[in-house]
Ligand binder design. Structure first.
Ligand SMILES: Cc1ncc(COP(=O)(O)O)c(C=O)c1O
Length: 402
């Protein structure tokens, strides 16, 4: 079976984790700090905070912003549940909006959904393709939208407008107008989950981009404290002679990255450029093969302003119904190729249906979803595997559609 997205684990990864294990320090420590520094260098930024997931990153961002019951946060309908769940965790209301044909959040739909209760927008770089950052920024900076903004906390007042948060779970290494994605939104949350381009098994990192008004080093310190129960010292600092005393300044979370995770991340990051090149080669091979077929709607993954991180290859089958797409997936599976669907839209999930969301209100989201098939993309996928995937897709589509 050709798997969908196995992690790249080789002797280098094993040696790095073994070294961390043998050091005797396995929770947050020197390797996490080094990974944070290396990531900051890679992303051309001053401060990064590493955590145990992108979800945790978004939770800490909303916590820092002081999001609470009565607040609204705008989220695309086409995303993984994490993007909306984090809003629910705050007791706030996720306002779902439709997306464009390119899968990314519709700025028109955002505009129509803004109210005086709107405190933040969480956009999602689906599949690694950056959203229309400049259009979103223009919207939230526009005088009429700023006039609607009604801050509840000191931080919200200091920001002075709707906060722009990026769910950048997919987009590490992607660029928007020549810069990495984390340089666009006020804060961005990257994921290093096992299926992601750059993994630490589970993991994530928040990148800050509000330097004009805030001190990034101070925000990083606050996020570190919030990620460890609000404790003023982490385990490593407490382990120094005579340094056992600490305080707890908030009822914080528990979502720190461990050195075992960072040990994987250090190896992944060191060779990430090669990972991106390999992923691009696979994307290009798929596009070249499928562009010969009228039924294929090839994903756009490079434009004048945007370059993807080649995270997910989202193929759509023109004129396919949801049932036909499901049948195609079944047949591809019978040919020993694992594929996936990204995503089951949020309004189709029971929890959100029970809150009154209806997929009929998000026509483009459903249109994208009903005919979408995500194909395997990973470092160890050989040319022969790529051929097998291509043939399995072509045969399965032609069996079902014609
Ligand atoms: C769009 C999106 N957002 C958020 C997440 C959550 O990432 P993590 O598992 O690191 O919390 C994912 C993970 O699949 C995702 O795809």
């Amino acid at each position: 079976m050709i798997p969908f997205s196995p992690p790249r684990i080789d002797e280098k990864t094993i040696a790095s984790v073994t070294e961390a294990l043998k050091s005797g320090w396995i929770t947050t420590g020197p390797k996490t700090m080094l990974f944070e520094d290396n990531l900051a260098n890679f992303l051309e930024t001053d401060q990064i905070v590493c955590l145990n997931s992108a979800t945790a990153g978004m939770q800490l961002i909303l916590n820092w912003l002081g999001i609470k019951e009565g607040d609204e946060v705008i989220v695309p309908a086409y995303t993984y549940c994490a993007t909306a769940n984090v809003v629910i965790h705050r007791g706030a209301t996720p306002i779902l909006v439709d997306v464009n044909a390119d899968f990314n959040i519709s700025v028109d739909a955002i505009r129509k959904s803004i109210t005086p209760r709107t405190k933040a927008i969480i956009s999602v770089d689906i599949a690694g393709m950056p959203v229309d950052y400049d259009l979103i920024k223009e919207l939230i900076e526009s005088p009429e939208i700023k006039a609607l903004f009604s801050p509840n906390t000191k931080i919200q007042k200091k920001i002075g407008r709707i906060m722009m948060i990026s769910d950048a779970a997919h987009s590490i290494g992607a660029k928007y107008k020549g810069q990495f994605t984390g340089h666009q939104a006020d804060m961005s949350s990257y994921s290093f989950h096992a299926v992601k381009n750059l993994t630490t098994a589970e993991g994530g990192a928040v990148m800050f981009n509000i330097a004009d008004k805030f001190d990034h080093a101070e925000i990083k310190r606050q996020f570190k404290v919030s990620s460890l129960h609000g404790q003023t010292k982490d385990a490593l600092s407490k382990s120094k002679i005579g340094a056992w005393q600490y305080d707890v300044v908030e009822a914080g979370f528990k979502c720190n990255m461990t050195d075992l995770q960072a040990a994987i991340g250090l190896v992944e990051l060191e060779r990430y450029k090669g990972t991106l090149e390999k992923r691009k080669a696979i994307f290009d091979a798929y596009s070249e093969a499928f562009s010969k077929y009228d039924w294929a709607n090839i994903p756009v993954y490079e434009t004048a302003d945007k370059t993807t991180s080649y995270h997910l290859y989202l193929l759509r089958i023109n004129n396919s119904t949801e049932e036909q797409r499901n049948e195609i997936i079944q047949r591809i599976g019978e040919k020993q190729v694992a594929v996936n669907v990204h995503y089951l839209p949020i309004p189709m999930l029971t929890f959100y249906k029970n809150r009154g969301f209806d997929i009929k209100d998000f026509p483009q989201t459903f249109e994208n979803y009903k005919c979408e098939i995500s194909l395997p993309v990973y470092y160890d996928l050989t040319n022969q595997h790529v051929e097998t995937v291509i043939n399995a897709v072509i045969e399965s589509v032609e069996d079902v559609i014609s």
